[in-house]
Design a binder for this molecule. Structure first.
Ligand SMILES: Cc1cc2nc3c(=O)[nH]c(=O)nc-3n(C[C@H](O)[C@H](O)[C@H](O)COP(=O)(O)OP(=O)(O)OC[C@H]3O[C@@H](n4cnc5c(N)ncnc54)[C@H](O)[C@@H]3O)c2cc1C
Length: 397
């Protein structure tokens, strides 16, 4: 009755923890391609680069935890093939591991900059990547960040806080515009410009040279270091090659079961049939990894579970901390409660007069209420939604 987890990231680590916490006593194997035990990635672009977090604090469990919980942790080995007929996983060290139930939690890989010289750009996914950027960026560095998404902006903020000269290049008119829409994306543009970052928007990099980058309009930006944060691709090759249903991630039911009932998927790769949203969604965020790993583990144990957690993510950039709950198109109607210019507000995205997503910026302990408001499906009065004098819980009624 061996339970095997492929992918030694957050989702995989939380899954094996849940298997043991649920009293499962059979063999558990966790296979991870990286040479270090599972860790959390958010500090890689924030606390670790800012020097605020101790390197040891990023790990999900202590080294001893795995032995103490009888988890066979195999690091530095990659699963190369699945044989669903014999229920076995082939590893790149020649080993084969049999499974009764299998969880795939293989996460994502960062996209490479596909231009001449693109291989010169540093990427940020692993601890080793974070150390590399940490060493490369000093107060004297001219840094060009390619990509004005979450990772790019966080790296830019960390580098500016070191005194580096930072330019961010993005393809849209505003950073994060395709996620947040014009009005709220402007908040992030203002934040970064106010902190001395040169934002070059509506353009793209055509070449990375030994001493800088070239933009589409022919401009060259001198750079000592180039970091690309241009999105990630889910690691689905193992699942696809084994004939599992794959379409923008591994297709799973609300119980996180793949098209093979003995195989489950969680974290970044899982394209979940979400019961509350009424559609499929794949979420590349920390909260999904930490929540879906345990749900998948319980499903492996035969428990009657459903994954209905709303998407949730957070970022910290300079003095702006925010949490985003729900899922809404960037061009949905926005209602703001609070002080947009002062960067202390809650933004709500409305679809059909109902709150589909909410983002609290420098306002804390409200994400549960935003979650409840979305779940309530209540049609909201816009003036009351915008008024800080009305309790969010009253709007959910
Ligand atoms: C720098 C950075 C900052 C982030 N900040 C935030 C944030 O502020 N807020 C937020 O919500 N989210 C953030 N995220 C996203 C979040 O970290 C991810 O969503 C989360 O790590 C996904 O967890 P996972 O376990 O699904 O996959 P991963 O963390 O990618 O782990 C998967 C693991 O599986 C391994 N693997 C892959 N294929 C195989 C194979 N065939 N055999 C064996 N092992 C394999 C990989 O090497 C990797 O170690 C950040 C991500 C990064 C990179």
């Amino acid at each position: 009755m061996t339970y095997v987890v492929v992918g030694g990231g957050l989702a995989g680590a939380k899954a094996v923890e849940t298997l043991r916490e649920s009293g499962f006593e059979g063999p558990v194997t966790l296979i991870g391609a990286e040479t270090v035990r599972p860790y959390e990635r958010p500090p890689l672009s924030k606390g670790l680069l800012l020097g605020n977090d101790e390197p040891e604090s990023v790990f999900v469990h202590s080294t001893e935890w795995y032995a103490e919980h009888d988890v066979d942790l195999r690091l530095g080995v990659t699963a190369t093939a699945l044989d669903r007929a014999t229920k076995s996983v082939r590893l790149d060290n020649g080993d084969e591991v049999d499974y009764e139930k299998l969880l795939l939690a293989t996460g994502s890989s960062p996209r490479r900059l596909d231009v001449p010289g693109g291989e010169r750009a540093l990427l940020l996914r692993t601890l080793a990547d974070s150390h590399r950027i940490d060493e490369a960026v000093t107060k004297d560095t001219r840094l060009v960040v390619v990509g004005a998404g979450w990772i790019g902006l966080e790296v830019a903020a960390a580098a500016r806080s070191r005194g580096a000269q930072v330019t961010v290049v993005g393809t849209s008119a505003l950073p994060l515009q395709h996620i947040l829409g014009d009005r709220i994306a402007q908040v992030f543009a203002d934040l970064h410009r106010a902190n001395g970052t040169d934002l070059r928007m509506n353009t793209h990099v055509t070449e990375v040279t030994a001493d800088g980058v070239r933009l589409a309009d022919g401009t060259t930006l001198p750079a000592d270091v180039v970091v690309a944060g241009i999105g990630v691709t889910p690691n689905v090759a193992l699942a696809a090659d084994a004939g599992l249903a794959v379409d923008n991630g591994v297709l799973v039911s609300s119980k996180l079961t793949t098209s093979d009932p003995a195989i489950f998927a969680a974290g970044d790769i899982a394209n979940i049939d979400h019961p509350l949203l009424g559609r499929r969604i794949r979420v590349e965020h920390w909260d999904t990894a930490i929540r879906s790993g345990p749900v998948a583990a319980r499903a492996m144990l035969g428990e009657d579970v459903v994954y209905d957690r709303l998407p949730f993510f957070f970022t910290d950039q300079y003095d702006l901390g925010m949490e985003y709950t729900g899922s809404a198109p960037a061009d949905a109607e926005v209602v703001v409660r609070g002080d947009l210019a002062g960067r202390e507000f809650i933004a709500f995205w409305l679809v059909d007069g109902k709150v589909a997503a909410g983002m609290n910026v420098n306002i804390w302990d409200v994400s549960d209420q935003i979650d409840a408001l979305i779940r309530s499906g209540a049609t909201v009065d816009r003036a009351r939604l915008a008024s800080p004098n009305v309790e969010l819980s009253d709007l959910a009624a």
